[in-house]
Design a protein around this ligand. Structure first.
Ligand SMILES: CC(C)(COP(=O)(O)OP(=O)(O)OC[C@H]1O[C@@H](n2cnc3c(N)ncnc32)[C@H](O)[C@@H]1OP(=O)(O)O)[C@@H](O)C(=O)NCCC(=O)NCCS
Length: 157
């Protein structure tokens, strides 16, 4: 697992710290996802047990952002050996448009690049125009011609 890191934004929020998520952050992270209206799988891959296991893996770059000691944002970066993925990105509404998500995503990209992963991607719901605008603003290209298919062992997975 990558060591804890810190980053500060060039503009906007003045005291943002980005660090590795710890399992002790789980409840606060879950609260943040709920507040952000983000779909997540508390009985499946987002359960505390699964998150604790995944945190130990080399493939996980799970980061939180704090402002004055309060949880302001979270991102679950992962990679599959070929490509990196931005998952479960959320910023508390009180801290939006201050560069927090940009910091989190750039830190994931840097850590994945250090592991030889040179492309990162995200799955975004079509209706989530704010998220699509965010990803475009931080340099991602949008491919609306690509359809998402998946197969899962249970609805909770
Ligand atoms: C999407 C989200 C993570 C963005 O977080 P954020 O910290 O506010 O984003 P940033 O401040 O780093 O934004 C960087 C740039 O992205 C663009 N951007 C971000 N949010 C935007 C929005 N809602 N509408 C339009 N552009 C937006 C802007 O260009 C912004 O720069 P600016 O503020 O100087 O104009 C946040 O709105 C959120 O948590 N949404 C709910 C959960 C969600 O949809 N997560 C993504 C799932 S795929």
């Amino acid at each position: 697992m990558a060591s804890a890191g810190e980053a500060t934004p060039g503009a906007g929020a003045s005291s943002v710290t980005v660090r590795d998520m710890r399992i002790e952050d789980y409840e606060a992270v879950r609260g943040l996802w709920s507040e952000a209206g983000l779909p997540f799988k508390p009985q499946g891959r987002d359960s505390p047990e699964k998150v604790a296991l995944e945190l130990e893996r080399e493939t996980a770059v799970f980061l939180v952002a704090e402002v004055d000691g309060r949880l302001a944002g979270v991102v679950f970066g992962t990679h599959d050996g070929r490509k990196g993925w931005i998952n479960r990105l959320a910023v508390a509404s009180a801290y939006r448009r201050q560069g927090v998500a940009r910091l989190l995503v750039e830190e994931v990209e840097a850590r994945l690049a250090a592991r030889g992963i040179e492309i990162t991607a995200a799955l975004v719901e079509t209706a989530n125009v704010g998220s699509l605008a965010f990803f475009r603003a931080v340099g991602y290209s949008h491919a609306p011609e690509i359809e998402y298919v998946s197969k899962r062992r249970s609805v909770d997975t």
